[in-house]
Ligand binder design. Sequence first.
Ligand code: PLP
Length: 487
Amino acid sequence: MPPEEFRRYGHQLVDWIADFLTNIDEHHVLPAIKPGELRAQLPQTPPQAGEPMHEILADVDRLLMPAMTHWNHPEFFAYFSISSSGPGILGEMLSAAFNVNAMLWKSCPASTELEQVTLDWLRQMMGLPKEFWGIIYDTASISTMHGIAAAREQLDDLELHEHGMAGRKEVPRLRLYASEHAHSSVDKSALTLGLGKAGLRKIPTDTQFRMQPEALQRALNEDRAAGWRPFCVVASVGTTSVTSIDPVPAIAEICARENLWLHVDAAYGGSAAVVPEMRWVLAGCERADSLVVNPHKWLFVPVDLSAFYTRKPEVLRRAFSLVAEYLRTPQDGEAENFMDYGLQLGRRFRALKLWFVLRYFGAEGIAARIREHLRLAQQLAGWIDAHPDFERMAPTSLSLVCFRAHPSHVHDKEELNRLNEKLLDAVNATREVFLSHTKLNKRYTLRCAIGNIRTEEHHVQHMWEIVQQQLGRLLADPQSVIQKETF
Ligand code: PLP
C-alpha cells in the first residue's frame, strides 16, 4: 500500500471510528440477523485480484455493520460489559503498526519494559504487594491456566516437569478446589492440565454465593484421607454470575496451613480495587500465590489484555522455560524474556494500549469512572427493590445487578422461570438494550452488568423502562405464551 494511500484511508478510518463512537447511541445494540445471513452475502472463494480499499471499507458499512453486536454501546449490559476507550483504540492501532513479537527482551526491549512498568503501576493502583510480579496474557482463562500450572509445578517432589503424570503409580491423583460459582476457565484448566473433571472439586457456597471455608476444609480432610493430593485453591473476587466475593482471608489461611497454592480470579472484580474506598474487595489477596485481573473487562482497555501476577515467578518459569538454541541471547540472565513464563512464544505488544489508557485517564480518572458504575448499580438496585413486580436475586456488591420479575400473583417456580425467560427475550428483541441471564438456585435470573465507559444514568434508566414495559406487555398480551390467567 503506497504511503499516500495508507494516509488517506487511515484518516478516513479514524474519522469513521470517531463518528461511530460519537453516534453509537443511534445504533441498535443487537443486530437483526439470522445465523448464516452474513455468510450468505460474502463470496465463498477468496478474491483472486486485489480490491480497492474504498470498496472494502464500504462493505464494512454495507455488510458488517448490520451483523454487529455493539459491545461499545452504552446500553450493552450483557455478560460483563466492556469497552474500548479512545486511548485504548489508539494504542491498539500503534501496536499493529509496530507489529513486534515480544517473546524476548532482545526481540523488543520497549515491549518487555513497558509491560513490566505498566503492570507494576496497575499493581500499585490495586494496592497489591510489591513482591507481585506481572505478565500479560491474552485472557483470564489463559492466566488462570498458567496459575494452576505453576501450582502443579510447585509439587517438585513429583518431578512432573521431567516425567509427566501419566502411568506413574507413585504420583497420587492431584486435586484442585474452587467454588461452585467459579468461572468455567477453572474447569477447562483442569482438563488442559491432565487433571480431568474429577481433579476439580467444587466447594458449596453460602446464601450470598461465596465459597464456604469450612466446606473447603472438610473437602481437603476427606480428600487427603481418600488418597488425593490437594495442591491448589482458586478463590473468586467477583464471580461471573453474581460478582460474589469469596472470603479470601479465610481461604488464604487454609491454604497457608495446608501448603496449597492460592490463585485468585479477580478478572472482573479486581478493577474495583482501583477505587480507594473499594480496596477491601482484594482483602486477603496479598497472601495469594497468583492473581488475575482483566484490564479488558473493567479498565477500558480493548480486548484482549489480561494481567497475571504471582509472587513466585520462578515457579511459573520452571513450569514453562524451555529455551531453543535460536532463542538464546547475550542478555539472558540480565533481562526478562517473557516467553519463559508461558505456553506461547509469540506475544503481542499489549502493554502499549494499557500504557495509553493508564496515562490518559490516570488512576483518579479510572477510579472516578468505576465509582460511577458502582453508583449506577446501586441506583438500579434501589429501583428494583422499590418495584412490587421485581426482586433482586443477589447482593449488588459491584456493578452487576441480578434480578427477576416476580408479580405477586405468580407463585409457581417454573412459571416464574418461563416468565423471566420470555421477559429477557422480549427486552433483547427491542435490540435497544442487551441483558444476559444466569440461573441461581434453579431460578432464572436477569443480569444487568454496568461497566461501559460510555454508560450514563439515562442509559440505565432507559433499560429499566424497557424492562418494565416488556413485563407489562407480556402480562397484558392474551396471545403471549405466558398469560396472566395461566398463573
Ligand atoms: N473469570 C471470571 C470471573 C469471568 O467472569 C470471566 C469471563 O467473564 C473469565 C474468568 C474469563 O475471562 P476471559 O474471557 O478473559 O478468558
